[in-house]
Design a protein around this ligand. Sequence first.
Ligand code: PA5
Length: 447
Amino acid sequence: MISLNIEKAFGFISKESVFAYEAQVKSAQEALESGTGKGSDFLGWLHLPSSITKEHLDDLKATAQTLRENCEVVVVAGIGGSYLGARAVIEALSNSFTWLQEKKSAPVILYAGHNIGEDYLYELGEYLKGKKFGVINISKSGTTTETALAFRLLREQCERQRGKETARKVIVAITDAKKGAARVTADKEGYKSFIIPDNVGGRFSVLTPVGLLPIAVAGFDIDKLVAGAVEMEKACGADVPFVQNPAALYAAARNELYKQGKKIEILVNFNPKLHYVSEWWKQLYGESEGKEHKGIFPASVDFTTDLHSMGQWIQEGERSIYETVISVEKPNHSLVVPSDSENLDGLNFLAGKHVDEVNKMAELGTQLAHVDGGVPNMRIVIPALDESCIGNLLYFFERACGISGYILGVNPFNQPGVEAYKKNMFALLDKPGYEEESKAIRARLNE
Ligand code: PA5
């Protein structure tokens, strides 16, 4: 099971100041459990892991199997909460080079609908030419422009290449039960579809079909992933005492750090496979807490890569940051540094050591250097990159986010700020219904 260590934050904030959050955490937990806090219509994620049934998992696995049997490539179309969770888990668990190998045990998973890049979509279409591909179209609202645009292109190409009948078998929709264009299309075309529960917001939806179906298609064990989340649901529950509850401690420590002027949290990993876990985490915390002109800015770095770029800023820049390091205890493979008789690169002092030992010393050295440089440090230790630990991690972050948002005093479950750009974009694109906004925005542009 994953664990949290906040000892290296204590040089900057006191133990007492963190423990003083106990009462606030308690009332945040109570508000979550009783549904009496802000945004309580969106608490479906809270006990989601333990409420997932075997029948539901079997249905997802059967659909994943159909896609696996009929597709070389599956494109996941979605944006934000409708794609980041799946990508985070798939990239954390995948062999980094499988997609380049000729013989594959699972379809290649690609992503679309998370940008409006003409070149990206063109090149994706070119890559898919002649390939047996399928699409998982994910959109809770069913009307998100980025996703709908990509899906329009993908669906047309899939039907053209594979015929309407096969396309029907390899296109799956994950959307609202009743409303939205994605639902209308799925019902009309007879696509297999899964429902995103009304009470689960996008960034909390990784353990709904939004994440589980693509993860199963990629060949990972969703039973174990869910079991890992269930384990954390228990470990972070309202009945678990404050000092033993990782979500409570993390939420308390980050609020205290914020109060002490640490406005930026940098999520650090020392394993490139975790890059998208950080992207998922940034959305979770950024959209949940960044409102009412408040909230920690969630940033991320991949070490040691970024020690050669952002490392300077972190070591000596403005002291408004703290780091939360995700530390993977054990790699899944073993690789030892070979000895070299000439030793031209001077690396024989490492001969016989595991590559991960070098990485671990880089991690330890970085932690001490950054703490010495004035950067508080917390560590989340993951025994290994596997489904169970990733399930732990996902739920831990979700629970802590709910608690943390309530301590901050915001509604962690809405995202009113993401509408502003959409309104302007629709006005500029002359979307029907936006006539007044179009006139107003054009007048502003001509000012
Ligand atoms: O967290 C959220 O609610 C958002 O990031 C959404 O997931 C994102 O905007 C995609 O929305 P939809 O699933 O409606 O297409």
